[in-house]
Design a protein around this ligand. Structure first.
Ligand SMILES: Nc1ncnc2c1ncn2[C@@H]1O[C@H](COP(=O)(O)OP(=O)(O)OP(=O)(O)O)[C@@H](O)[C@H]1O
Length: 679
């Protein structure tokens, strides 16, 4: 073969700045490109064998080898795939690969953000020049009597091609690393990159350090395999020990039997699992398999709650496993990780176009060979096919959850506190998901039982049938009668109200997460006859005794008097004070804030306007049945001021935390009260 020289249609001045920019973001991606080329070459050779166009040797074992050499500053990728003839190198490498690079350059030269590229597919072989000053290809085609080829390029824009020396079918790509990329000649760094991109490639991948001393291991003779390189056969004699028996006589006892062992060259361990769990049928996978897979992929030793195995061939090909992680919301940030693969080749984490936002708190893997990955992100967003994938994933997750709620209710309830924040988030983000989930949203009541909305409405004496109907636009002037459901956001702070509820046989639900506020707003929009209010929003009618007609006048006077005294003693002229006769005799005072005002306050807090003094103070409700209130209502006594302030603080505390000054005053006053007891 004559030596051929050539020039590529791109110049180093225009391509390198772009390649370099690319290098800074995903500078390790060339590993994926070169290894997946090797995988493709192997797949093609196996196909030729299947079609009868080539005969694979009986002991053929497809494999990719990566050799690092820190001394020589080289990196080699070897595959036993189909190899290339000189014509093929000319066509595929010189023309296609390099023209691919030109096309890439054309496409991305005006793009400045990383976001515009996804997966970086399409640059393939050329990506080697991101890290190498010089690249060599030694290849030999599977064709009979094929001449080996050596191709090299020192600049990425000029090349030289001639006859090579490779004897076996397949390809070796050698990278002479540039000074900025020497890290890739480090075995540990290379292992990390291969594990990142190639952990599940369909071909075994072995990493070795060139020229390293071989490592050995000793195994039992019966474990020896034909493929092992035996260094030495070891016959170990039985070991004996002198021991005393129960009669005190010394005897020789065998402590380990005679063994036949073999010293072999350490068996190489593939860095890729060629048959990942997601590709198997769910029936073939045990819980243990799912758990081990989770640990291996996410290095998370907390057990996930449960998983969903996605497995479909039609209308598109998609497989994957999604795990619901156990989340300690107090300490962990809820950040999931969904790894996207294309035919077992890792593409990227958390691609937002494919994985619906609310599911990005999950951990999992998705393999979708049909995904168009060589297009820009903006194109992905508008791609109907990609949207369908996201819809499908959402639907599957909803199916699994609703199925579990129906058939494994006990488990589902156990998981509920953990999974409810993201399910609610999903409902807020995705109407279809919200629709599907409507009978699988649980509400925890004061007894700690979990009820669906239907069960809850029924338990509270409402009509669950009404939930079947979506909201109808209320007619003009029409007032819908509200069905009110009380909720608790802080069991400790609101314990006084809970106590009142319990004593009257009333129930409420527990909402412990920020997401609950927007979530109930959504529910109320959907069912305008439903209204949620915090347990301290009002003192409902059933907690009060009715004031008889003939008492009304004197009761009004009493109320007026108490209002005046309290306002004066507290120095709060605007304070709303209401006097009631509460059935719960233990309660002297409570604070209420209407649901509407509270939501308004929360909203202002969210927008950072809490300090503008627009927040409303609650209303102080006094129980005229309580002796302390009765004491205050009598002519001004010695302790009136003390009692007024203490009753106010006690009521306010159950509502919101006291300020530091208020707290100090409260503690001092409490001590004063205790002192009075001692006198
Ligand atoms: N190790 C190899 N063995 C045999 N052929 C190879 C090898 N590496 C590259 N080729 C040939 O060179 C061509 C160009 O490779 P390149 O990686 O640039 O693009 P690609 O693999 O076709 O596409 P992609 O952009 O998805 O990587 C390949 O299609 C293949 O025919």
């Amino acid at each position: 073969m004559t030596i051929k020289k050539g020039n590529l249609s791109i110049s180093s001045e225009n391509i390198f700045p772009i390649i370099k920019k690319w290098v800074y973001s995903d500078h390790d991606i060339f590993v994926r490109e070169l290894i997946s080329n090797g995988c493709d070459a192997i797949t093609k050779l196996k196909k030729l064998d299947m079609m009868g166009e080539y005969r694979l040797a009986d002991d053929y074992r497809p494999k990719i080898k990566v050799l690092v050499s820190p001394e020589n500053k080289t990196l080699k990728f070897l595959d036993n795939g189909l190899g290339m003839t000189a014509e093929e190198v000319e066509e595929y490498i010189t023309q296609i690969a390099f023209s691919g690079a030109t096309e890439f350059l054309e496409k991305y030269k005006d793009k400045t953000t990383e976001d515009d590229m996804i997966g970086h597919f399409g640059l393939g072989f050329y990506s080697a020049f991101m890290v190498a000053d010089e690249v060599e290809i030694h290849t030999r085609s599977y064709r009979e009597n094929a001449t080996p080829v050596l191709w090299k390029s020192t600049s990425g824009t000029e090349y030289e091609m001639g006859e090579g020396t490779r004897e076996e079918t397949g390809t070796q790509i050698t990278l002479y690393l540039n000074e900025d990329s020497l890290e890739f000649a480090n075995e540990y760094r290379m292992r990390e990159v291969i594990e990142k991109y190639c952990s599940f490639m369909p071909v075994e991948i072995f990493l070795e350090k060139e020229g390293a001393d071989p490592e050995y291991e000793v195994i039992d003779a019966e474990e020896e395999k034909e493929t092992d390189t035996v260094i030495e056969r070891i016959q170990e004699e039985a070991k004996t020990e002198e021991q005393e028996d129960e009669n005190g006589e010394k005897k020789l006892v065998e402590v380990s039997p005679a063994k036949n062992q073999v010293k072999i060259v350490k068996r190489p361990v593939s860095l890729s699992d060629t048959a990942p769990l997601w590709g198997k049928h769910p029936n073939e996978c045990s819980e243990e398999d799912y758990l081990n897979f989770y640990r291996k992929v996410f290095l998370d030793y907390k057990e996930p709650l449960f998983h969903i195995h996605l497995n479909m061939d039609y209308p598109f090909n998609l497989k994957g496993i999604l795990y619901f992680p156990r989340i300690n919301t107090e300490y962990d940030s809820i950040e999931g990780m969904i790894k996207l693969y294309n035919n077992q080749v890792f593409i990227a984490d958390n691609i937002k176009e494919v994985i619906p936002e609310f599911l990005r708190v999950l951990k999992g893997v998705i393999d979708c060979p049909d995904l168009p990955l060589n297009v820009s992100r903006s194109a992905l967003q508008n791609d109907g096919f990609v949207n369908k994938i996201a819809d499908y994933i959402t639907k599957k997750v909803a199916d699994k959850l609703t199925g579990m709620c129906k058939t494994k209710r006990e488990d589902y309830e156990k998981y509920w506190d953990n999974i409810s924040p993201f399910i609610k988030f999903g409902c807020l983000k995705d109407e279809k998901f919200s629709d599907k989930m409507k009978d699988a949203i649980l509400f925890k009541n004061l007894e700690g039982n979990y009820l669906t909305l239907k069960e809850l409405v029924e338990a509270l004496g409402g009509d669950p049938q009404k939930l079947e109907k979506e909201a109808e636009e209320p007619k003009e002037g029409e007032e819908t009668e509200k069905f009110s459901i009380s909720y608790v956001t802080d069991e400790i702070q609101q314990s006084q109200y809970i106590q009142m509820f319990k004593s009257q046989g009333k129930d409420a639900v527990l909402f412990g997460h920020n997401i609950d506020t927007p979530f109930v707003t959504q529910l109320e929009q959907r069912f305008p006859w439903l209204s949620f209010q915090r347990i301290d929003a009002e003192v409902a009618g059933d907690f009060k005794e009715t004031i008889e007609e003939d008492e009304k006048e004197s009761f009004a006077k009493l109320s007026e008097k108490l209002k005046e005294i309290f306002r004066k003693e507290l120095g709060k002229e605007q304070l709303d004070v209401q006097v009631e006769r509460l059935k719960d005799e233990k309660t002297a005072s409570v604070m209420v804030l209407s649901e509407q005002s509270r939501r308004m306050q929360e909203m202002m807090k969210m927008y950072g306007m809490a300090d503008l003094g627009m927040g409303q103070e609650g209303s102080l409700i006094l129980n005229a049945n309580h002796p302390l209130v009765q004491y205050v209502s009598k002519e001004e006594g010695e302790h009136t001021a003390l009692i007024c302030r203490q009753l106010y603080d006690l009521a306010a505390m159950a509502h919101k935390p006291l300020s530091p000054e208020e707290m100090t005053a409260f503690v001092q006053r409490s001590n004063e009260i205790l002192l009075l007891l001692t006198q």
